[in-house]
Design a protein around this ligand. Structure first.
Ligand code: SF4
Length: 261
């Protein structure tokens, strides 16, 4: 417990009871900081490493908050921001929480370096995994860190090119986590034009073969809470498009498809 008292993390907020952050009733802990900058982020205040809304707390504090939610929870979900940027510090917390008999989930963008994360991955029961895409539109959608205002660009052609390693990291990590049985849910936020949703569904279906238990969630982007709601609105797909995507996902062989409109 001494180690838990000495290690600190930037906390954005805690939801003591949630049933939408993985299986069963869970406590959701939202940490501060994310390396991405998704235009559709509806929690943009969690992106900076430091924010007036966040506070530094010890792992012991988080552990105590979890204990306060027991016995009404099945587990803990660490979200963000992006929790994997704190992966080393989360190791002793997950070790302690597992000793309480709780399952430990990570809600992740899926963009992290796999090798340094191995210790935390071993302690993680399941990931709720964001599918971001693999084309160049992903640069404008999620990687323009200089666009701090989150303004949706008028012209999607980007001058900056992503490194090729970044283009495939998301899907590579999904493939490796599936092989370990660590994926509960894959989520795709559907926003028109930036990424080819049909191609992504095909790639995901290939990866999900042999994993019928994994939920595939298609989420229609919404403008509420984003930094540029007017800009986002122009790229919101209609319900018909979402239904077509769902049917296509089923046709490609994905078993559990849920559409959130
Ligand atoms: S990865 Fe998640 S927290 Fe980070 S910017 Fe994108 S939507 Fe927001």
């Amino acid at each position: 417990m001494t180690a838990l008292s000495n290690i600190t993390l930037p906390l954005h907020r805690i939801i003591p009871f949630s049933n939408v952050e993985g299986a069963g009733n869970r406590i959701s802990i939202f940490l501060q900081g994310c390396k991405l900058n998704c235009l559709y982020c509806h929690n943009p205040e969690t992106i900076p490493r430091y924010s007036a809304d966040s506070k530094r707390v010890s792992l012991r504090y988080l552990y105590d908050q979890v204990q306060d939610s027991m016995p009404f929870i099945r587990g803990v979900t660490i979200s963000g921001g992006e929790p994997t940027i704190h992966h080393r510090k989360l190791v002793p917390l997950f070790q302690a929480l597992r000793q309480l008999g709780l399952s430990c989930y990570l809600d992740s963008s899926g963009f992290f370096e796999f090798e340094p994360m191995q210790e935390l991955i071993a302690l993680t029961d399941k990931f709720l995994f964001d599918l971001k895409g693999s084309g160049l539109g992903l640069q404008a959608l999620c990687f323009e860190r200089k666009n701090q205002s989150g303004k949706v660009p008028d012209n999607l052609i980007t001058t900056q090119r992503m490194k090729s390693a970044n283009l495939t990291r998301n899907l590579d990590n999904l493939r490796r986590l599936l092989a370990l049985g660590k994926i509960e849910e894959v989520r795709l936020v559907v926003m028109l034009d930036f990424v080819d949703s049909y191609e992504l569904i095909e790639q995901t279906a290939t990866l999900l073969k042999g994993h019928p238990e994994v939920i595939f969630k298609l989420i229609r982007v919404h403008a509420k809470g984003t930094r540029d709601p007017d800009g986002i609105t122009a790229y919101i797909p209609d319900i018909g498009y979402m239904n077509q995507l769902e049917q296509y996902a089923r046709k490609c062989g994905i078993n559990k498809v849920i559409t959130v409109c």
